[in-house]
Write a protein that binds this ligand. Structure first.
Ligand code: SF4
Ligand code: SF4
Length: 158
């Protein structure tokens, strides 16, 4: 269903996602650097405790994150990594969201933390796209409420 021209993991607009690789794992270096807590609820299809060390920032400004291996040349020796690690998850958001829905989430959040959570909270995202024609129509207080809701799901009480 997803438009082939839109990469849900790297949709642009400052948004990116590496949730299934472990970006929001409680032990994630990204979360520690950002001063955030981890994501206790595994998104569908994610292997237990997935926390891949290949996640990294893809830009000098440390804005977008993703797979450092995919972002570089792929030497043959990493083929086993892809076979044994990356194939252990699937992504329902990637299967069911439309390009318009992905873009809405990207343009609303414009980061790696909240975008990843929102794009994997399909019901919440679809509530927003049903209520608002564009992200410009989303009132500030509603956006703050969405962030708080996503934060509440991400808290691990550490
Ligand atoms: S959870 Fe889905 S959208 Fe996020 S990085 Fe994985 S495949 Fe991409
Ligand atoms: S190697 Fe696989 S699991 Fe690790 S960051 Fe890259 S895509 Fe994600």
């Amino acid at each position: 269903m997803t438009d082939v021209t839109i990469n849900i993991c790297q949709p642009g607009h400052g948004a990116s996602c590496a949730l299934c690789c472990g970006s929001h794992h409680p032990e994630s270096a990204f979360l520690r650097e950002a001063g955030r807590s981890g994501f206790p609820l595994r998104p569908p299809g994610v292997a237990d405790g997935m926390q891949c060390s290949c996640i990294g920032y893809l830009d000098a400004g440390k804005k977008t994150i993703g797979c450092l291996v995919y972002a570089s040349e792929r030497p043959p020796r990493v083929e086993s990594l892809f076979r044994t690690t990356c194939t252990h998850f699937s992504c329902r958001a990637r299967e069911v969201l439309s390009g318009a829905e992905i873009l809405f989430a990207a343009q609303l959040m414009r980061d790696w933390y909240y975008y990843a959570l929102l794009v994997n909270s399909i019901d919440l995202l679809r509530e927003l796209t049903a209520r608002y024609r564009t992200t410009c129509d989303v009132p500030r207080e509603v956006l703050e409420g969405v962030r708080a809701s996503l934060e509440a799901r991400a808290l691990v009480g550490d």
